[in-house]
Design a protein around this ligand. Structure first.
Ligand SMILES: [Zn+2]
Length: 218
């Protein structure tokens, strides 16, 4: 299967380029697009790895540019990257077109987060984080929040308002409200250990694909 270059973008976190990714595509009629993402280290450009995934497309989407535009919009809306994406080059999209799609997707993400904020604001974990100044914020996925880690480290705990659980992959701690209270108060003995919430890039992409498939089925 021969892939064509769609675009190259950089992921920027706090004004550092974390990754430089090339996105390649192959459209398989009638309703699939095969995407290959080549991930490069943003600092020295060394190739890190490659992800290949198949995404559904709306077969009524029309010509190639429309299909690619739909894909890119979905991609941006689901933000399977860290930080901010910046277009480096594309034969298909101008900087303006990319910026427009990004603005449109940011609006969708903003609305989605607002919904999650409304749904989760009365959750005990969220209220507790709020009361302790941990700055809980919707993460962009349903029932999914993040907050500053009570350890004081510069990373986040993940909170699920559907299961009333939280976890810090960095500190390897997790639990419910009782465990969070203990963590905040420094009582280490109550906190369960061994959770892996640290996200890999593959996981983010995988979540994205799952959501797209789910959404298309609904
Ligand atoms: Zn932590």
């Amino acid at each position: 299967m021969e892939h064509k270059h769609l675009l190259t973008y950089e992921e920027e976190i706090l004004s550092f380029t974390a990754y430089k990714n090339e996105v390649w595509y192959h459209i398989s009629p009638p309703n699939e697009i095969n995407i290959k993402i080549k991930i490069h280290n943003g600092y020295d450009g060394t190739f890190e790895r490659e992800i290949v995934e198949v995404f559904p497309i709306n077969s009524a989407a029309g010509d190639e540019k429309n299909i690619l535009s739909d894909f890119l919009f979905n991609f941006l809306c689901n933000a399977p990257f860290y930080g901010n994406p910046y277009l480096v080059e594309s034969d298909w999209f101008t900087y303006d077109e990319f910026a427009q799609l990004k603005d449109k997707s940011n609006e969708i993400i903003r609305k989605r987060k607002e919904e999650i904020r409304q749904q989760g604001k009365d959750n005990p974990l969220i209220q507790y984080c709020e009361s302790k100044g941990l700055n809980p914020e919707p993460e962009g996925e349903p029932n999914s929040w993040q907050a500053n880690c009570p350890s004081g480290g510069k990373h986040h705990i993940m909170i699920s308002t559907s299961s009333d659980q939280w976890g810090c992959g960095y500190c390897r701690k997790k639990g419910g409200l009782k465990e969070l209270r203990a963590f905040v108060e420094g009582d280490e003995t109550v906190v369960a250990e061994g959770l892996q919430t640290k996200r890999s890039k593959g996981k983010k992409l995988k979540d994205f694909i799952d959501r797209i498939f789910k959404r298309n089925k609904e």
